[in-house]
Design a protein around this ligand. Structure first.
Ligand SMILES: Cc1cc2nc3c(=O)[nH]c(=O)nc-3n(C[C@H](O)[C@H](O)[C@H](O)COP(=O)(O)OP(=O)(O)OC[C@H]3O[C@@H](n4cnc5c(N)ncnc54)[C@H](O)[C@@H]3O)c2cc1C
Length: 463
């Protein structure tokens, strides 16, 4: 990048908010995604408000550089890697909760707000912002909007797209635009706010978000169901939903995962079973929670499971800490962890678990499987070493087959981690050539010069 362009950015934002030293830039060359190439950006900038973002976008258009927006960098699809160098916009200074509106039950936030900080801010009012990815303590609202993140509560309470009511965005010509708002109903124009949710930073820069808040449930019960055969656990998931009980959370862990979690976190999980379900039912009154817990318990027993109920808040917190530790625990087994999020209809969970097991055995790989079973969202996690070329070839073949299996079962390539660069070559398998053409036309309309997050989500001819 030309020196005079960097100087313009420094004049705009202040020198301290423009990083140019290699030692600083390296930290922005990668994100949480394993097994993809790193790239060091030319510059990292840290704006403080939408008008500054708009000026950066105008500079990009006039000076021919590209822009990579970045929240906390926890995405698992290479979404923030600056493939073509250029400028990374970090939102760490745009981290203000602008308003919690107790009359409309909304919050207005800047994109750099950490999700847990919003949850903590609304909880004293008896309110909940429900989307809670396992990275809730570090990931930002901006990043989670761009990925349409899910989380442990997704089954009952939905995912990010169900909470975004409006937003402010900077478009590719540098204009600042508002879509949606605080009204529960809004059918004016296309639903642009929804289009931006899950757009992975490819259409524009989100500078403010209005989210819905809901009354926090007052009662809950957490249960652990142990199974000698994980296929019974999969069938129990389908059975619970078929019985018309929607738990707040319904998570699965296979033997490989729970043995590793137990060795890592020592929370007292049994290791002599083939798989377990972590279940939480909640509600506004004790009686409703009791009825749902009873129905869940029946389904577990029908599927040869053994049920344990958390007897205290401490025991409950331990269980959820164990679930959140699943990926970090698996990750410490080996230098590289390839985590997928293929997702299937909920009645196909058992078929997907079987398919992953067969693929693991066919390619002689260690694959731990855990995930949001109630959403049909499994995380087959391959424990490997990127330096071992021969093994990585097997890993790539296994990943291809995991996606094939998910699509064959009527599922999707990604339930919550997005396409980014990691899954770009599979996209056509799911949406077809017409779908791809439409994606390209939408991108062209919003970002004709391809300055926003180029190389992500929308395959070019080379992909
Ligand atoms: C251990 C682990 C567990 C995880 N568990 C879950 C889970 O349970 N559920 C789940 O859904 N995900 C999960 N993830 C993935 C990840 O944490 C989420 O996608 C998260 O919401 C990303 O937030 P972030 O702030 O880190 O975004 P980043 O990774 O920084 O960015 C994500 C995308 O958003 C874009 N972006 C960021 N800010 C803006 C903006 N202001 N405007 C436009 N585009 C922007 C970026 O360009 C990028 O494409 C997990 C990841 C890890 C490492």
């Amino acid at each position: 990048m030309e020196k005079k362009t960097i100087e313009k950015l420094q004049r705009l934002l202040g020198e301290q908010n423009v990083l140019t030293r290699k030692v600083d830039l390296v930290a922005y060359s990668y994100d949480a995604t394993p097994d993809i190439a790193r790239q060091i950006p030319d510059v990292v900038v840290m704006p403080n408000r939408a008008e500054e973002v708009a000026e950066i976008v105008k500079l990009a258009a006039g000076n021919n550089f590209v822009i990579y927006p970045r929240g906390a960098g926890t995405n698992l699809s290479g979404g923030t890697v600056p493939l073509k160098k250029g400028v990374v916009i970090s939102f760490q200074r745009m981290n203000r909760i602008i308003e919690v509106d107790l009359e409309n039950l909304t919050a207005t936030v800047q994109p750099g707000v950490v999700i847990q900080d919003l949850i903590n801010a609304v909880s004293p009012h008896g309110l909940l912002y429900a989307p809670d990815p396992a990275t809730v303590a570090t990931a930002t609202i901006g990043g989670s909007v761009a990925e349409c993140s899910g989380g442990l509560r997704g089954l009952k309470y939905g995912v990010t797209k169900h909470y975004v009511m409006g937003m402010e965005v900077v478009l590719s010509d540098g204009s600042i635009c508002r879509f949606g708002g605080k009204t529960v109903k809004n059918v004016t124009a296309y639903d642009f706010a929804s289009l931006f949710v899950g757009s992975e930073g490819t259409l524009g820069i989100v500078t403010e978000i209005i989210v819905k808040l809901i009354p926090a449930p007052k009662f809950r019960r957490s249960m652990l169901a142990l199974f000698k055969d994980i296929e019974d656990a999969g069938n129990a998931v389908t059975g619970i939903i078929k019985n018309q009980v929607i738990p707040a959370t319904l998570e699965i862990m296979d033997k490989a995962t729970l043995e590793t979690v137990e060795a890592y976190a020592k929370v007292g999980l049994p290791t002599n079973v083939d798989g377990l379900l972590l279940i939480e039912v909640d509600g506004m009154c004790q009686q409703a929670v009791d009825i749902e817990a009873e129905a869940v318990s029946k389904v577990i027993v029908q599927n040869r499971g053994e049920l344990k109920i958390a007897s205290s808040d401490q025991e409950r917190d331990k269980l959820w800490a164990a679930r959140r530790a699943a990926l970090p625990a698996l990750a410490q087994l080996s230098p590289t962890t390839v985590l997928e999020d293929a997702t299937v209809p909920r009645n196909k969970i058992t078929d997907m678990i079987k398919a992953v097991r067969e693929i693991a055995s066919k390619y002689n790989l260690k694959i731990g499987t855990f995930g949001h079973a109630g959403d049909g969202n499994l995380h087959p996690t391959i424990i490997t070493d990127a330096r071992n070329k021969e093994e990585m070839e097997r890993v790539h073949k296994a990943v291809d087959e995991i996606f094939e299996a998910a699509l064959r079962l009527g599922g999707t390539l990604s339930g919550e981690h997005g396409i980014g660069v990691a899954k770009i070559r599979y996209l056509k398998d799911e949406i077809g050539q017409s779908g791809l053409n439409m994606m390209r036309r939408i991108k062209q309309a919003f970002d004709p010069n391809n300055i926003f997050n180029p190389g992500k989500l929308i395959p070019t001819e080379e992909n």
